[in-house]
Design a binder for this molecule. Structure first.
Ligand code: AGP
Length: 360
């Protein structure tokens, strides 16, 4: 490829740093001269016409889909189901009367997602693909495409595509809400701009995050991520990032589920990374942290300004509560990066993995 790392030791680090610029680029690309959302009218119509949205994706794109469901349900008031492509493909659920399929794929070449696309096209249902590669298979074969504008993503571990997917999903949700005549207090372009600034501030805190990786994940075999509501979804992404590049066995759990089994795994020194960016669950997630600490866990809390408490290891700037995932994922990406680096792992090309998975 012609893409260069420049002064960066790895593509992953470069791509992490590019995220604020990608968000600003998306704001520009999806805005017209009158500062209104710029979107293909057919997409607007398809969103308005459907009675349910089925998001289909794999891996990190699936994790972005979980947040997309939040945006679309909370802002545009349309029910959304999020499915792992390889599962949906062999075990299709009952569909609504007027489904709209939304494929999320950085590469646009994921075979598991394509297999679903082929099946739903045969059934005559419409499909919209969100992809970073407009000419890709999933883009060509769907009825509509939205471009992620993240620029080429080279590292196997996806970073900037994830935050770009969430930004585009937020814009799509708001556009649909407005098309349906719903009153919103949420200004996506303004809030995304604030999020981009927060992301940029965090990419300047690498030393601190490298130190946290050194302190919490030095020789550990495993690591847990806990959170509630959207923080849980970001925890799933954090755990995927950590496991794929550092080979530490990492799992994300919903805070409230711990006591239903997982807490049995906590031993003296087990690292637990907890996310606390949501006001409505701030009290309960901190209760979960106390529960794991009482069993010997080495816990690290990542919270948000305004909701932070003494002793939190890392505090992200304050952003709109719907957009915290774009920001809270940055420390997780960087902690994973440094944990992998400290273990001498091949950060950009982890073992057993391919950038795009073109087999089912
Ligand atoms: C993420 O870091 C992964 N390497 C992987 O999970 C990826 O997100 C997945 O394979 C989906 O790829 P796509 O977005 O290109 O469809």
């Amino acid at each position: 490829t012609d893409i260069e790392k420049g002064t960066y030791p790895h593509f992953m680090l470069k791509e992490i740093d590019e995220q604020p610029f990608v968000i600003r680029k998306i704001i520009q690309e999806y805005k017209n001269e009158n500062d209104e959302i710029k979107l293909d009218l057919d997409i607007r119509q398809a969103m308005k016409n459907c009675d349910r949205i089925y998001i289909i994706a794999a891996g990190t794109s699936y994790h972005a889909g979980l947040l997309g469901k939040q945006f679309i349900e909370k802002l545009a008031n349309i029910p959304v189901e999020v499915h792992v492509a390889s599962e949906f493909s062999y075990n299709m659920p009952l569909l609504s009367e007027k489904p709209l399929f939304l494929f999320i794929s950085q590469s646009g070449e994921t075979a598991d997602s394509r297999s679903v696309l082929v099946q739903i096209k045969e059934l005559g249902h419409p499909a919209l693909t969100l992809t970073n590669v407009p000419g890709s298979t999933l883009s060509r074969e769907a009825n509509y495409t939205m471009h992620l504008h993240a620029g080429p993503e080279i590292a196997v571990a996806s970073t900037k595509a994830y935050t770009a997917q969430m930004a585009v999903l937020a814009i799509l949700a708001v556009d649909t809400a407005r098309a349906k005549g719903l009153e919103l207090e949420f200004d996506p372009m303004q809030e995304l701009g604030i999020a981009a600034n927060a992301m940029e501030a965090l990419t300047d805190q690498k030393e601190e995050l490298e130190e946290l990786a050194r302190e919490y994940l030095p020789t550990t075999r495993n690591c847990f991520f806990i959170g509630r509501s959207v923080d849980h979804y970001v925890g799933l992404e954090g755990s995927l990032k950590l496991k794929e590049i550092s080979y530490i066995q990492a799992e994300g759990f919903a805070g409230g589920e711990l006591k239903h089994g997982t807490i049995a795994l906590i031993e003296d020194g087990t690292p637990v990374i907890a996310l606390a960016t949501q006001e409505n669950v701030n009290y309960s997630i901190r209760g979960n942290v106390q529960e794991v600490e009482a069993r010997g866990a080495n816990s690290l809390i990542i919270s948000m300004k305004g909701l932070d408490k003494e002793g939190d290891a890392f505090v992200i700037p304050h952003v709109h509560h719907l957009l915290t995932p774009l920001v809270s994922v940055i420390p997780l990406q960087l902690i994973s990066y440094y944990a992998a680096l400290h273990r001498d792992c091949d950060v950009d090309k982890p073992r057993n993995l391919a950038k795009s998975v073109t087999v089912e």
